[in-house]
Design a protein around this ligand. Structure first.
Ligand SMILES: Cc1cc2nc3c(=O)[nH]c(=O)nc-3n(C[C@H](O)[C@H](O)[C@H](O)COP(=O)(O)O)c2cc1C
Length: 330
């Protein structure tokens, strides 16, 4: 699947101010994955820098009370921005929490021109092919070298990646995923929140389907169908990958998001598909079980996702908000 990019790279304003160039590259940050496609970020562009804020209006209070996925999603957008910069001859240096007084300001990226000019080949084309997969996966693992590269990407960001490849362990994880999702479906607040986002069309459904889907989430008990599908998808996937952190705190979650973005890009390069399965870490008991499966070193599982080769060709394209809506004035 290839999605149309929001800007044509040929339109990069090479002769404009750095702030204009930053604004252009931010279009690629908007293509990052995010929990429920909430795109919970805001950007504040300075002369030579950009600040990334969390957007509390788009926080999933019910599914994500700790704001872990909120930070992960901003981490994805941050990394997408930093990875896109070199294509345009720019480099970014990241500082976490640049403004202690403003808790919503998570990161500042100082941008400068790269000595060596534009990076070639770059990863820009992968932004068009990266997406989340929702179909069945084939019964074959990615090459060992790819799995190792995923782990190296996690370590680069100071987090770790556990790979659950044993069928028995994946069956156990799938069981806990189903338990977690059934609990969520039984919670009216959780259903109301999901229904609200489905109604907004964040998953790429038409106006009519979005409204019908929202009504179904709100009033029909679709939990059996949902939990069965996700259970089977996880049990049948060749690999369950889990990003884990030593500390369960915001900066670690931002790092985990950056690692996930890098992993998505490298898997897009290899034609390998991913789907996060967040209920496994949203439910306290399921998360504790997953922690035991991942790693004996008491690391915290923060982002589980299945990895494999999709059997289906086309995925529904998820929409993005216009960049203008994500800009925060100085
Ligand atoms: C932190 C995080 C959690 C996510 N959790 C799930 C999930 O539990 N199930 C799922 O199908 N997709 C999940 N996703 C994927 C998003 O739904 C997806 O990124 C978004 O809809 C945009 O679609 P795209 O990735 O195809 O661009 C998650 C993504 C992130 C970044």
């Amino acid at each position: 699947m290839t999605r149309p990019l929001p800007v044509d790279e040929a339109d990069f304003p090479a002769d404009a101010d750095l702030s204009e160039q930053i604004r252009f590259v931010l279009h690629y940050a908007c293509l990052a994955p995010s929990s429920h496609n909430t795109q919970p970020w805001l950007f504040q562009i300075g002369d030579r820098s950009v600040r990334f804020y969390m957007d509390r209006q788009r926080w999933l209070r019910s599914a994500d009370p700790d704001q872990r996925e909120l930070h992960l999603s901003v981490g994805c957008a941050l990394r997408a921005f930093v990875r896109a910069l070199p294509h345009f001859g720019l480099l970014g240096a990241v500082t976490f929490k640049p403004d202690e007084a403003d808790g919503d300001c998570l990161v500042e990226v100082l941008v400068r021109h790269a000595e060596g000019g534009p990076e070639r080949p770059s990863v820009l084309h992968l932004f068009a092919t990266r997406h989340t997969s929702h179909g069945d996966f084939e019964d074959r693992e990615p090459a060992h070298a790819v799995l190792e590269e995923m782990q190296a990407a996690a370590e680069y960001h100071g987090v770790a990646l556990s790979l659950i490849r044993d069928a028995g362990d994946r069956a156990a994880a799938a069981h806990w995923l189903a338990v977690a999702e059934a609990r969520q479906c039984a919670d009216p607040a959780w259903r109301e929140e999901l229904a609200d986002w489905v109604r907004r069309g964040v998953f790429g459904t038409s106006w009519l389907l979005s409204r019908m889907g929202a009504l179904a989430v709100r009033y029909l008990d679709a939990s059996r169908a949902l939990t069965r599908k996700d259970h089977d998808h996880l049990a049948d996937a060749p690999v369950l990958a889990v990003i884990t952190c030593i500390r369960d705190e915001p900066v670690s979650w931002l790092c985990a998001g950056q690692a996930y973005m890098d992993i998505c890009l490298l898997l897009a390069r290899e034609g390998v598909c991913v789907q996060p399965m967040s209920a496994l870490v949203e439910d306290r008991e399921a998360r504790a079980r997953l922690a035991q499966m991942c790693d004996p070193g008491k690391r915290h599982p923060v982002h589980p996702f299945r990895v494999g080769y999709s059997r289906i060709e086309a995925e529904r394209e998820t929409p993005r908000r216009p960049l203008e809506e994500m800009l925060r004035p100085l």
